[in-house]
Ligand binder design. Structure first.
Ligand SMILES: [Zn+2]
Length: 124
């Protein structure tokens, strides 16, 4: 598996040269507003997701960044990025299974997560 930043680095930082516009992205949960903005600038051709994100969703749950762009980034994109044209997104694919995957992930914890800067509240 290659991360997006690795692909960008191999293309000199240019999303245009990386040809994300030929890529479809499949994710468990609706991309957040910030991620939807990044996906728009990268120029993904299509995004599919399982469940909506009713707190931070950037594909219509909170803001339609995928269809309306992300403000200043849409008007003045950086060099090597797409003109925040947005991307088609389709959610609601196996939503119950997506929620269950998230539940299992959070129940197990993330051993690679950085240590929190603030104390974490626990029920005990
Ligand atoms: Zn995000």
């Amino acid at each position: 598996m290659v991360a997006i930043d690795g692909i960008l680095e191999s293309c000199g930082g240019s999303a245009l040269d990386a040809h994300f516009n030929r890529c479809e992205l499949y994710v468990t949960v609706e991309p957040c507003i910030m991620c939807a903005g990044a996906l728009s600038l990268l120029g993904f051709s299509q995004v599919y997701y399982g469940c909506g994100n009713d707190r931070f969703g950037g594909c219509g749950s909170i803001l339609p960044v995928n269809s309306e762009g992300c403000g200043p980034c849409s008007r003045q994109p950086g060099p090597g990025t797409h003109v925040g044209q947005g991307f088609p997104a389709r959610g609601g694919l196996f939503p119950e299974q997506a929620v269950e995957l998230l539940r299992e992930f959070y129940a197990a914890g993330n051993p690679t997560a950085p240590r929190p800067h603030r104390p974490v509240k626990t029920d005990g």
